[in-house]
Design a protein around this ligand. Sequence first.
Ligand code: NAD
Length: 499
Amino acid sequence: MSAGSRDALVAEARTTGTLAGLPDGHFIDGAFVPPAAGRFMDSEDPGFGRPFARFAAGDAADVERAVTSAGKASRGAWRRMSPAERGRILMRAAEIVRAEAARLAVVECLDTGKRLAEAEGDVRGVARCFEYYAGACDKLQGDSLPLDADHVGLTVWEPVGVAAQIIPWNYPISTAARGIAPALAAGCTVVAKPAEQTPFTALMLADILARAGLPAGVLNVVTGTGREAGAPLVAHPGVDHITFTGSVPTGIGVIKAAADNVTRTVMELGGKSPLVVMADADRDRALDGVMEAIFENAGQICSAGSRLILQRAVADPFIEALLGRIARLRLGHGLDDATDMGPVNSALHLSRIDAHVAAARRAGNTILTGGAICHPDGCEAGHYFAPTVVLARGLDDPIVQEEVFGPVLAVTVVDDLDAAIAAANATPYALVAGIYTADLGQAFRFARAVDAGQVYINEYFAGGIEVPFGGNRKSGFGREKGLEGLRGYCKLKSIVARI
Ligand code: NAD
């Protein structure tokens, strides 16, 4: 990424409040097209609380066009193309993402509100994701089966067909890439529906893939609301697979819609992930981990470490050090390099976070810091919530049980590892879990006993695209990322011959 282009884009965004040349149509059959009904919506810059660009408000007619195009492409050129050639296209896409990283990151920063440095990290991850799956395209090999002398048996992995991607607003480009790249690598075609709060980078990704050589119809993006564009997509009989990333209530509706067509689903839902700090942990490293786990992206991360479980022997000094670090956090607009924590994504979401914390206060939990909406200088109309720590009155309190999806940390104090494990497993969610301890035996006992899709030891959010990711229980099912993510877009066929 050239520093010049980054600076120029930031300057343009600051002076005009937007960026020139953003797409405002759907991407269907290899080109940007206007919405069938001619309707548009505004996307907001949450840091300043004002609209910055318009996009297509799609509906069932646009979805129909996109699914038809994806179905045709699934049976056509894409199916016939060799896996090695598919891999070359994905690798070229990775290169273009790297070359255009500055623009993608500034757009993501404006659309989500996240800090530009975080958006730049997301975009680097997107390039790496396309690179990883580019290399996997021609390694999807099956097995030979041990039969008798008169038979030969083998298994082959085939693409599922048309894969729908329903994408949330907290990590728009990352979530789009982690679904689109393995789906394309497996030989599927895609219809993606980004969240109505953050539509632009998925459209830009589709344009990049077209320039990398992707045939028309292989990747389509329809923008619009969940009700008008998402619902017809997940209910469409031409869709063979759905990857849904979003909230539990919406996910339940999607599973029901999918059941009517017996469509396969992967569900990436919410979380209330525990982060345990034992008395023997390296305190500075654990503090770094906690700060990132709950204040990165203003806590709007499905896998945020939103429950801190502290061993009693270190609880008081750890909390004191944590509050000291929080006091130094600077809130502000994501484009400002001095900002440590940006806004939350919308006024509606801000009011939800505020309601969670107000209920916690009323219920007798102790607010140790924060606990209120705030207005950083120059960003008075933006959607900011102060970094908040709540000492929970018990494991059954909603502040421990419910996902807040904001910069709100619930603290529980326990005596020993067994109590930490019990506390970690005490919610309906099971997405990730973390532990900081100097005793690896203790760490692995925790890793085995905790119900979670992934466990982080001594570094919260450790790992990259190589590591399978997904949840259990109310956090969903199925896995994305890694080779598991690739197999999710395949169906296994067994072939047996009498010889
Ligand atoms: P949401 O469920 O409201 O929306 C998610 C997506 O679903 C959006 O694109 C939306 O337009 C679409 N949608 C809404 N109604 C739909 C319908 N009836 N049919 C089809 N699509 C529909 O979720 P949100 O509030 O935007 O996202 C926050 C939630 O997402 C949190 O609970 C968070 O934990 C979860 N999340 C999970 C992961 C993960 O990997 N597990 C990652 C990011 C976010």
